[in-house]
Design a protein. Structure first.
Length: 284
């Protein structure tokens, strides 16, 4: 795997990482999920995203068990703090608890999971303190719309934000109207969750789409690989698909070598058009 995204501090990370939402929650699938995560790391998907919210810490415990014995310097571990824990009272305890569950003494990236009642200025100050203490290497946000990013940019050290993680896939392109252009103009990479439109109504017939089937066939690829190739097409987006099975993880990893043509992107635009007006964030 060789497609990377450069963060504001010039660190490079793989354009394809791994998500862990809903993983680690059941004993009977734990070993299979470990195998899937491990296969992803071996395939170059060394960025692993999680959150204290996921399974009340069980996803972080799964990661901890999976990466035990691995070269930590090869990994890029991301976790997220609940909004109600994102102030001076709780954020330091939350961060330590996440690190302990994963058996690591630092996080590569720590995100505010979504906006809450704690002032951004306080959260940013705490994130900067965690950086000074060496607990985290960098911080970012999740589920921030354009107005949220503008507010973040107005607080002290708010411009140190490394990424914004939001929902983005071929059938949910609302961020392309104003949020994504804002992020591009301010040098903030996108981290796309649910890039395969995982879950319920989000799929909207994607895997039955004649256009996507045709493009996949032309490349000898799967529809999942086409969906991921679309998301990471611009070189500034990190996709974090979730997988609980080794074979699905390896299929996802194969999207790294798939480059869609201009004609194919135009076909996707026609089948799944970008918005022509402001659309508020999809949040799952």
């Amino acid at each position: 795997m060789n497609r990377n995204v450069t963060l504001p501090d010039k660190t490079t990370v793989p354009a394809l990482g791994q998500g862990t939402w809903f993983l680690g929650e059941h004993k009977d699938t734990f070993a299979r999920e470990q195998e899937a995560l491990r296969a992803g790391v071996e395939a170059g998907m060394t960025l692993i995203d999680t959150a204290e919210m996921y399974g009340n810490g069980r996803a972080e415990e799964l990661i901890g068990r999976t990466i035990a014995g691995m070269d930590r310097s090869r990994l890029f571990i991301v976790s997220k703090v609940y909004p109600h824990n994102a102030g001076r009272k709780n954020i330091f305890k939350s961060c330590m608890a996440s690190m302990e569950r994963m058996g690591t003494d630092y996080l590569d990236l720590y995100l505010l999971h979504w906006r809450g009642g704690i002032p951004l200025e306080e959260t940013v100050a705490c994130m900067e303190q965690l950086k000074k203490e060496g607990k985290i290497r960098r911080w970012g946000v999740s589920n921030f719309d354009t107005s949220d990013m503008e507010e973040l940019w107005s607080v002290p050290d708010g411009r140190n934000c490394a990424v914004n993680q939001v929902l983005y896939h071929v059938a949910s392109r609302g961020i392309e109207y104003d949020l994504l252009p804002w992020m591009r103009s301010h040098g903030v990479p996108l981290m796309a969750y649910c890039p395969l439109a995982q879950g319920g109504d989000l799929r909207r017939g994607l895997y039955e789409s004649p256009v996507l089937k045709r493009i996949a066939a032309a490349h000898g690829a799967t529809i999942s690989q086409v969906l991921l190739a679309f998301v990471i097409r611009d070189g500034s987006t990190i996709a974090i698909p979730r997988s609980s099975r080794k074979e699905h993880t390896l299929d996802n990893a194969g999207a790294d070598s798939l480059v869609l043509t201009g004609e194919e992107l135009a076909q996707i635009d026609q089948a799944f058009p970008a918005p022509t007006r402001k659309v508020y964030l999809d949040i799952v």
